[in-house]
Write a protein that binds this ligand. Structure first.
Ligand SMILES: *Cc1c(COP(=O)(O)O)cnc(C)c1O
Length: 419
């Protein structure tokens, strides 16, 4: 069963101070999770996690992660600025973007970030933009086709479609790109690939590592480029549904180690550093959206109307994503009522849950919507004039700290031009 990381008693006192809705993060859970990740890759001296800032762009979160030894993976100008303001610089920042504006490359270069190029044409674009090619450079690989791992009762364990995705260099472009970059002055090279999202399989990273390690050996042989790091990027998933098994990060780290020993070490490349850019795995389960029941509606279905909406959490509306819901204080009550849990947007897809079995819900009940710590708040928007919520950190000692205030109407009006 999915348990919230906060009790009803704690929530009652937190909601006295911060009105619902808000996103709540669990500092203890975040720190413990990073430590498990680092332990899983401790066999690789150069290992580093570059947290995908887009998942949870908040200074308090970036600082906690930095204290635990993580860098930041940025995808835009403002994410670079945010990382800079959190004290991250140079090799602590990975810049993995696509369709990149010149200003973004300029700031990335100025900060000394490691630039991960998304396309062959960006080699010349980068040179024209900043005037040189950095000595350390990375390229994103897209093998094309369909990517599958294993088979389970419901079909493939993991299946995704790199051939349909806009990211990365083809294999041929990668070989040409490395030669070109070397001729233009690059000295230390990295390879990056992101082939499947939210994977629930301990085989995803090891399979990806196998592909990239073999590629790295061939690239080094054919181009003479010194490959210093291999970036497995994001994609390690979390069990959003209560019956899904969680990934075992220790098994994942061990699986990558075996590939490393089999492929890189015999090729004399045992000094390659492994990087990750996890977002969801780092923060997803360590955040939740706290919302209060405002209304009941009975028409052709039973509706529970809450004070949060898809502008606070877009995943159910956008992807039909499942987010588990706990009615606080009714954890042991039978789930014998079927509800649609809705927000107030003028969009019929603004539903956190459809036909969800829950205990009988009453007006004023507090609901915890689970696993919103990554790609939750950050995908928020202002449609229907809805305002972004606060973000609150549940600290290790059980106290709370406001880490982003809620938007006010003044924020909404700040960019408008009257007359
Ligand atoms: C989104 C993204 C990530 C993080 O993905 P998760 O699914 O949150 O692990 C990492 N790297 C890049 C380049 C991304 O775009």
């Amino acid at each position: 069963m999915k348990q919230p990381f906060v009790t009803l008693e704690q929530l009652r006192s937190i909601t006295q101070q911060y009105p619902t809705p808000f996103h709540l993060y669990d500092e203890k859970g975040i720190r413990e999770n990073v430590r498990r990740l680092k332990a899983a890759f401790a066999w690789n001296p150069g290992f580093k996690e570059f947290f995908a800032v887009k998942a949870t762009p908040n200074p308090a979160i970036l600082k906690i992660l930095r204290e635990e030894g993580c860098g930041a993976d940025c995808s835009s100008l403002t994410e670079l600025m945010l990382s800079q303001r959190c004290g991250l610089t140079g090799s602590e920042i990975m810049f993995s973007s696509n369709d990149t504006p010149a200003a973004d490359f300029k700031l990335a270069a100025q900060l000394g970030a490691t630039i991960n190029l998304d396309d062959f044409t960006h080699i010349d674009f980068l040179k024209e933009t900043i005037g040189y090619i950095p000595e350390t450079i990375s390229c994103r690989f897209n093998p094309g086709g369909v990517f599958t791992i294993g088979q389970s009762a419901e079909g493939f364990q993991v299946m995704d479609n790199p051939g349909d995705s806009k990211y990365g260099f083809t294999r041929e472009q990668l070989f040409e790109g490395f030669k070109k970059l070397k001729a233009m002055g690059a000295k230390r090279f990295g390879i990056h690939a992101f082939l499947a999202s939210n994977t629930l399989s301990n085989d995803y990273y090891p399979t990806l590592a196998g592909i990239l390690f073999r590629l790295a050996v061939e690239l080094e042989r054919e181009t003479g480029c010194d490959i210093c790091f291999i970036n497995l990027s994001g994609g390690v998933g979390i069990p959003y549904k209560p019956d899904q098994p969680a990934n075992d990060i220790a098994a994942i780290g061990e699986g990558v180690r075996q590939q490393f020993e089999q492929i890189l070490v015999p090729a004399g490349m045992g000094d390659v550093a492994i990087y990750t850019e996890l977002g969801r795995f780092m923060l997803g389960p360590n955040g939740c959206l706290v919302t209060k029941v405002l209304h009941f509606k009975h028409t052709y279905k039973e509706y529970v109307g809450v004070d949060a909406c898809a502008a606070n959490l877009m995943r159910p509306a956008m992807y039909g994503a499942y987010h588990h819901i706990t009615v606080m204080g009714k954890e042991d009550a039978p789930c014998d009522h079927k509800y649609d849990v809705t927000g107030g947007l003028c969009e019929n897809n603004d539903k956190f849950a459809i036909d969800r079995m829950l205990p009988q819900v009453e007006i004023g009940d507090l609901l915890v919507i689970h696993d919103t710590g990554a790609h939750g708040f950050s995908m928020g928007y202002n449609y229907n004039g809805k305002l972004r919520s606060a973000e609150v950190l549940l600290q290790e000692d059980g106290s709370t700290r406001l880490i982003r205030r809620a938007e006010t109407p003044e924020d909404y009006f700040a960019t408008l031009i009257f007359d």
